[in-house]
Design a protein around this ligand. Sequence first.
Ligand code: NAP
Length: 589
Amino acid sequence: MSKAPVIPDSAPFDTAQRIWLNGFLAGLFAHEPANVDGSAGSQDPVGTAPLSVVFGSQTGTAETLARRVAAEADRRGFRSRVIDAGAATKVDWAAETQLLVVMSTYGDGDMPDNARTFWDWLQTDAAKAMAHLRFSVLALGDSNYEQFCAAGKKVDERLEALGAARLHPRTDCDVDYEAAAKSWIDGALGALGTANSQNTTEPKLQSSAGPSRIPVEGYSRANPFPARMLVNRRLTGEGSGKEVRHIELSLEGSDLEYVVGDALGVRPTNCPTLVGELLTLLRCDGEEAVPIPGGGEVSLRKALGECYDISKPSPAFLKAAAELSPALRALLESDHKEELNSWLYGREIIDLLMQEPPWTVAPEAFVAVLKPLAPRLYSISSSPKAHPGQVHLTVGIVRNEIHGRSRKGVCSTFLADRVLDSVPVPVFVQKSHGFRLPDNPDTPIIMVGPGTGVAPFRAFLHERRATAAQGRNWLFFGEQRAAADFFYREELEPMLMSGHLTKLSTAFSRDQADKIYVQHRMLEEAPTLWAWLQEGAHFYVCGDAQRMAKDVEAALLRVIETAGGRSPEDSLAYLNQMRTEKRYQRDVY
Ligand code: NAP
């Protein structure tokens, strides 16, 4: 492979431009096709048996990875198929031998929506049909949550309890999963390939599709597209307690394609002021060379600005900080997680560095306990059919004052404040798993999207208008105050007038003494809502996972019970049936 040219420091670009040009060139040169004829010497032993790759995915990351696993498996001679966990209960497992599972966790250690029935089924006798399988699990999660990778861990343990043989240890991946996932793919496929070659006398097979190519990747999570910002407009008005912005980015010149329901990944950089403060506390000038995730060395200033998460303390950071802080040590050593969480609330890495006695730490030791800076995902709020060559986002900007310091959300303030004409926004498309408009354009849809949860529904409405879809559209939107927080009012009200939006139910929680939320509006409209459901409407929810999505689900069950005249058990069965038919879809975070 030829070496990528590098734009020198002396070239007439500012730092950000130079970084992205160099990234762009490195990407171009890194994506020369490899092993296009499947014959390169680095390939592992060729497998012989079919391989099932099951994924449980909430946002689409696990699904994307599962497809990557399958492509790599095929390249090594397996015959793989990718199976949505929602369909895994229908597989004749007695006829299968090898299983790889890619399972994400979301919320408080929950299974992703599409894996819920699979998980219930795993507890039944029918799951004994998996007892003879050889398997391995890749668990995805976020170590900032207590129940890190819980869903993958549970599936891994359950498969073992059923008697299945773990051929390769489970790997738990944090938000920046690339290196760990790659190593698991190599390890798991290597172990299965070795087992196959030991267990069979059959001739080695090629993939049923013949020698496969690794597709030449374009812009991706690893190689984001530097998008130009077109619009950065505040949606919240005077008197609002929030800052929410409408962002438009140009995708001109990229090969990025998306459909409504997808998310946009944004790779932010950190606030330079915070980087400067950390350097002062570390007594460094920023020129010290330090290692970065994925290999290589850069200056400490660049590493803190672009490569590491310098806001939220990682578990490794806390452990190291506890060496100097008896209070923190006591909390970490005790079993009082709530006390620890409450002490940590709002505290960032800089707060721990400012503790007494001062923390004297070498730059390499400091970055060794930081997590890589992960991209953030935003639900896309535009339709490519209505706005070709563009992508729109609806972003809540995080700024607050805690423990006497002002705090800034890394990516939201990057988009709001730090993207200038000369600074592009590095982006990639994250394909959604199961958050899609109905195939039939005549099918009615009900959308519940309070706050920034309205984003994908703006996209749905634009798409259905651009394609002249005839299905009825009902939006539930909630925010604090109608006067200041009615996002996209200037678009939604004309849509209502024209009849494109059949119904718009709003819940402004702070415009009266008692809180009114979207679920209250759903209950008020129970008979009509039930009628729409009976006519085959798809029901969508987007926004806060912790409280809103749970309350909306409870309200939906109540609607089915009261207006549909069903028992609580039958209502749950009705909802589960909707889920199976993909008529109940959620994009919650
Ligand atoms: P948001 O915080 O979801 O607020 C939108 C509207 O929903 C407000 O009117 C809010 O009312 C109301 N709301 C609050 N609790 C609710 C509930 N249980 N059920 C239904 N509606 C409820 O919107 P956002 O500021 O755009 O935030 C979007 C995202 O930020 C969320 O999806 C989440 O990821 C994150 N967030 C999470 C939390 C949390 O504690 N889990 C809190 C804020 C934001 P009031 O504000 O008047 O109560």
